[in-house]
Write a protein that binds this ligand. Structure first.
Ligand code: SF4
Length: 66
């Protein structure tokens, strides 16, 4: 089943580690806040997203449950 991921814009500090780990999924906007680019994460990108979640210094990235 496709999964969704979200970024807490209030927690994000915009250093872009997630964008480096998974540029297909995360891009910094003009305000240096990470924005999710894909509504659903294909299986091929799940490992990259997991890495982005693990390495975000603000724990701002989470899977959307349900
Ligand atoms: S790694 Fe975390 S804090 Fe850094 S830009 Fe991405 S979501 Fe924001």
């Amino acid at each position: 089943m496709p999964r969704k991921v979200t970024v807490d814009a209030l927690a994000c500090e915009g250093h872009g580690r997630c964008q480096n780990n998974a540029p297909e999924v995360f891009q910094l906007d003009a305000d240096d806040i990470s924005r999710v680019q894909l509504d659903e994460i294909p299986d091929a990108l799940v490992a990259k997203v997991e890495r982005a979640i693990r390495t975000c210094p603000r724990q701002a990235i989470t899977w959307v449950e349900g």
